[in-house]
Design a protein around this ligand. Structure first.
Ligand SMILES: [Zn+2]
Length: 505
């Protein structure tokens, strides 16, 4: 007898539909798995047979053939185990209880089996259930520990089971397994509190200002300064101060992290991601790919921050591939017979030392590098990459009584507006406003000034746009109705230092 069971597969960060066909016929006993399975999937044969046996199912004598369709797609992972086991059940002639099919829809089975029949979680479950819902599937059977994840998808009935026996019992009687704790089924939405503030930056006014502008407008920032001046700390503060994700964004980001297998259990991601990969990162690690088409750091940082510490230590050819996602907000990965597109809308925050020894122009210690060493160090960063930073921040030695910070923050910024912004912590709203509505009127004076200064500074068209974006954020922070000349001048200040670095290189 031949039966068909619905299941799903993960391709990168997207879910695919897979049909498991099982045929049992007379012949020499054996279990054959076809349909382009990889080694991991081929092993499911042993898992499924042991799980069925240990769940009290008597296997029929004869030849069992399992086909995973479509045959053209390479199958990987262990998400088909449950579907294969239920396919064998059905092929023995045991039909599903009518109560299982409340509205006539065939269920979708997802889950890995242990030898004892326990259901184990699978990577990328959310993507698979989302894809199933798009195709019109309304009933999914998943591991109990992942019922909450499947429950994030609207309009889908979720049955969570701890083991194969529960699923078989449900199949035969139509009775859903009882969830032990409410948390297995419920989705937890936390943390819900808005991020607080960047108060920890007392004593570094220019840094504080750059931090607020960068946060409010999600601008790309490059921080340059000697070691131990708080560049990494600032990046972490930026990461923690990002506005919360909107509900649809949260689902998108959660799906990506689920596909990468790094999702914290039991909660929808509300915080924007903060990714800080090490400088030994490879190209595939950065943009994704490899045989399994895993998402890279640029995709994992989607809607959040990608922090590259020690920027000049990264392999220049690895950094070069950042240009596409920075421009397009997505990354196209070539794979056999086509290409796939992953989202990569991230804010780039980078930090580096001014030279190899780290003390050039610091006033803390004299620089020990030779001229050629300095040039070689900076030449690791290409002009086009530097051009994509909107804000350039020189981080110096800490001034004032910084040991006190945290207790009684002293903000030395000249404009009281900044301080007000710090204490009200209203940049999440500004950030949201900037993300969703970038257009703002630019005053004639501001345009005129930019036109005047463009040529002598040698600003590219991209630099002009980036400058206008920063100026727009500053205008918003000032609650101004239009972008004024002062905003453009301030934005250019952050840019000038960038130009200085480029000429050095
Ligand atoms: Zn040096």
């Amino acid at each position: 007898m031949v039966t068909k069971i619905k299941s799903g597969a993960l391709m990168g960060i997207d879910g695919l539909s897979v049909t498991v066909e099982v045929d049992i016929c007379r012949g020499l006993p054996g279990f054959f798995l076809v349909g382009l399975p990889n080694a991991e999937v081929r092993e499911s044969r042993q898992r499924v047979l042991a799980a069925l046996r240990n769940s009290g199912v008597k296997l029929p004598p004869g030849k069992i053939t399992v086909n995973l369709a479509p045959a053209g797609v390479r199958k990987e992972g262990a998400s088909y185990d449950l579907a294969i086991a239920m396919g064998v059940m059905a092929a023995r002639g045991q039909s599903m209880h009518r109560h299982c099919l409340q509205s006539g829809e065939a269920p979708l089975f997802l889950g890995e089996l242990s030898l004892f029949g326990q259901l184990q979680p699978v990577r990328g479950l959310l993507a698979m259930v989302l894809a199933a819902a798009e195709r019109g599937d309304r009933l999914v059977i998943v591991p109990a520990s992942q019922a909450w994840e499947a429950g994030l998808v609207p309009g889908v009935r979720v049955v969570g089971a701890k083991n194969l026996s529960d699923v078989i019992h449900w199949w035969n009687s139509g009775e859903e397994p009882v969830m032990e704790s409410a948390s297995e089924k419920a989705v937890r939405y936390f943390p819900n509190s808005q991020p607080t503030s960047v108060l920890g930056l007392a004593g570094q006014p220019s840094l504080l200002k750059a931090a607020v502008v960068a946060l409010a407008g999600r601008h790309n920032v490059l921080m340059v300064g000697p070691p131990g001046t708080g560049k990494t700390r600032l990046a972490r503060i930026l990461g923690a101060s990002q506005a919360l994700l909107e509900p649809d964004e949260a689902l998108e980001v959660t799906r990506i992290h689920s596909a990468a297998g790094i999702l914290a259990e039991g909660c929808l991601m509300r915080r924007r991601p903060f990714r800080a990969p090490h400088h030994t990162l490879t190209k595939a690690g950065l943009i994704g790919g490899g045989t399994n088409l895993r998402p890279g750091e640029v995709t994992l940082a989607h809607r959040g921050i990608l922090f590259l510490d020690e920027l000049a230590e990264f392999n220049p050819s690895v950094l070069d591939v950042l240009r596409e996602p920075l421009e397009e907000k997505k990354i196209t990965l070539a794979r056999g017979g086509g290409s796939c597109i992953y989202p990569a809308d991230f804010q780039l925050v980078a930090a580096m030392n001014p030279c190899r020894c780290g003390f050039l122009g610091s006033g803390i210690k004299p620089c020990r590098c030779t001229d050629s060493e300095r040039r070689r160090y900076l030449s690791r960063l290409s002009g086009p990459l530097l051009d994509r930073f909107d804000l350039f921040v020189q981080v110096g030695a800490w001034e004032g009584d910084f040991l006190k910070e945290g207790n009684q923050p002293v903000v030395c910024a000249p404009a009281s507006d900044w301080r007000q912004l710090m204490t009200t912590g209203c940049w999440p709203d500004l950030q949201r406003a900037t993300i969703h509505c970038p257009a703002m009127k630019i005053s004639d004076k501001a345009k005129h000034h930019l036109n005047l200064i463009r040529q002598p500074l040698g600003l590219s068209l991209r630099s002009v746009h980036s400058c206008l974006r920063v100026a727009t954020t500053m205008a918003r922070l000032d609650r101004s109705k239009a972008v004024e000349k002062t905003h453009v001048m301030e934005a250019l200040e952050f840019r000038m230092e960038n130009l200085a670095l480029e000429t050095l290189a």
